[in-house]
Design a protein around this ligand. Sequence first.
Ligand code: BES
Ligand code: MN
Ligand code: ZN
Length: 506
Amino acid sequence: MQIRAQTIRLEEAGALSGLGAEALAVGLFSGERIQPLRQALEQLLSAAEHDAFIKRLEQRRFKAKAGECLSFERLGSRPGTLILIGLGEPEGFDLQALRTATASVCKAASALPSLALAMPLEGLAAPAAARAMAEAAQLALFADQRFKSDAEPSSQLVDVTLLGLDAAVASEIQDAGSIVRGVSLARELVAAPPNVATPQHLADIAAQLAHEHGLELKLLERSDCEALGMGAYLGVAQGSVLPPKFIHLIYRPSGPVQRRVALVGKGLTFDSGGYNLKVSGSQIELMKFDMGGSAAVLGAMRAIGELKPAGVEVHMIVAACENMISGEAVHPGDIVTASNGKTIEINNTDAEGRLTLADALVYACKLEPDALIDLATLTGACVIALGEEIAGLWSNTDGLAQALLKAGDAAGESFWRMPLRSSYKDGLKSTHADMKNTGPRPGGSITAALFLQDFIQPDVAWAHLDIAGTVWSDKGRGCDPAGATGFGVRTLVQWLLDGAVTSTAT
Ligand code: BES
Ligand code: MN
Ligand code: ZN
């Protein structure tokens, strides 16, 4: 999709027709006098068309409520389609509302090749607005037809002009393209079935990114992980016929390094639950999405590989494997030893993500990062607590938590900070080993976070993002089509572009 900015405003309707766009979309606040629109339309439309259009607005009782969308077709001239999109009250109009409205308009115009979009951008910073619209347009029209034999392009829209913005936002639009490609990679990885998106496949994607963007790849095989003593990770992997792949992908900036960052993603390419087998109703058929954390960090690396931010060195780590059943799988009750020497009683084989992350986090801490962020579809409890739209955030460092909340806000992804209540660690006490992998059901996402914290060096600024609810959307919402959302990529990239800060005082 080609996206351009044009200084033309709605009032300059003469210039608008010169753009040659097939569709013109206009955002309107509710209760707003449609006077500027009328003026534009008077120039653009014949008197008869103008009357018909105004009548149509009245007939349909168009109130410009948020999300309300009305289109009007006319023959023989350009733009041949007029789309009005309601924006609700002007007070609530922010970047997120701009994204949602842009997404709706682009979906409404998806059968046409070109669209000019006029939104009221007065209250917003032009660069942020340009990026938000450019991202929303492309993310909303993303369609994944790789596994259809009769695939047809689902959208014809290839040309979008953002009105009321000048050429200074061109670089923002370009950045949006890189971010969208990162999100798209994450969505494709999450959506791919578990017989395609295997641990080897994730390693292949990392190798491809390394090749395309000049990143460094270290791939650890099972034997390498054994040598490092990764008994928790390898315990999870041992029930599968597919070999585990421990993936370490590195972006090094060309200039001096100010901050070193580690991004760790849970990479369970399928989670059957193991001998604590998932039952019907536990979404076992969707557990291909249990590598959503690894998809997010791979997607972020793709964007970073293109954007090449200065001053920040990024280490991406994924301990990829499957959680399966076989004669070789771990038993409920097995005790394994992680690479930091801690022994873990596996009282529930379905709490496998934290076992794989334990060894990945120990490995990441050895890199002595200034910040360590892990993303994981870790607990059903987090889905119960926060639902599909909000990811859980736990952190040992207030500044990092705040920086991530801010980055999420700017990028259009929602997080809610959750407590690392240390007394809840009692739930992980084991009679025989140093700890159990599973605590009681109440507060289950908190004990999971506390489990992870045991594998973090206390002096490392760490944040854990539980994306179990946000990784997948059954119906689709805003810029996310139904299915894989690619959640996490936008926030990570935003935080990295913000300088990967871990304190608010700078
Ligand atoms: N991958 C699941 C978490 C999950 C569940 C994500 C539902 C999305 C939707 C994770 O490995 C898991 O099974 N967690 C268990 C932990 C429990 C056994 C302590 C859970 O949440 O039920
Ligand atoms: Mn599980
Ligand atoms: Zn899992």
